[in-house]
Design a protein around this ligand. Structure first.
Ligand code: GRF
Length: 213
């Protein structure tokens, strides 16, 4: 488990973000849009993907942001992928790494390098409904409120320390697509707001407690 990350982390000047994507990249787009305002406090310096040619990479290209793609399938072991992927991210010297719809679990090398500053956003209120199908599982359970969780990634699946959560009501006529899309609206806003707060004000991670002063 990741432990205390010591003193306040606060980048000097605009923070450098590397964003990781696997799919359409609407969360990435929200970060790219936010970065157009210097007062937000961060710039997206690169976008990494585990699948080549996705919508996320196209959004990065349209914004003039560097991209790289590193597929697990191109390596004989997951550990080898983890080493190379870590180096690719590290080459951009990020202050924060943000998984925004990134569907691969990183390994020890990556977490040794970026632990405490590697964030993920999940489309459910953790610890409920971790994994790939948050909205589907929330609907199947019959909860009346779901939402999105921003957290600091640890070695587990959606088990890291929570930075922020936003509730989204589940409506009687929701299906998976409608709930997913409504959660994503709230999720994108939360991501932009909280990443902005973190880079402007700093943050600490002590055990499971994340503090933004
Ligand atoms: C987000 O809702 C995230 O929580 C989930 O996948 C979605 C990614 O959407 N893991 P997008 O690619 O950012 O549009």
């Amino acid at each position: 488990m990741l432990d205390s990350r010591g003193p306040l982390c606060r980048p000097d000047g605009p923070a450098r973000l590397v964003v990781l994507v696997s799919g359409s990249g609407s969360n990435l787009q929200a970060l790219l849009d936010a970065s157009l305002d210097p007062a937000w406090g961060a710039e997206v310096v690169a976008v990494g993907a585990d699948r080549c040619g996705t919508g996320g990479a196209a959004r990065a290209g349209a914004a003039g942001v560097a991209t790289f793609c590193c597929s697990v399938g191109d390596f004989s072991t997951r550990a080898e992928w983890d080493v190379v992927f870590t180096e690719q991210v590290a080459a951009y010297e990020p202050d924060l790494v943000v998984a925004a719809g990134f569907l691969k679990l990183v390994g020890d090398r990556f977490l040794d390098r970026f632990g405490g500053r590697y964030l993920n956003t999940h489309n459910a209120l953790l610890p409920a409904f971790p994994g790939m199908h948050g909205p589907r599982d929330a609907l199947a359970y019959g909860v009346k409120v779901s939402g999105a969780t921003l957290f600091v990634v640890d070695h587990g699946v959606d088990t890291g320390a929570v930075i922020a959560q936003v509730p989204v009501p589940v409506l009687d006529d929701d299906d998976e697509d409608r709930l997913t899309e409504r959660i994503k609206v709230a999720e994108r806003q939360q991501l932009v707001d909280q990443v902005g707060r973190m880079v402007r004000e700093g943050w600490t991670v002590a055990g499971r407690k994340v503090t933004i002063p």
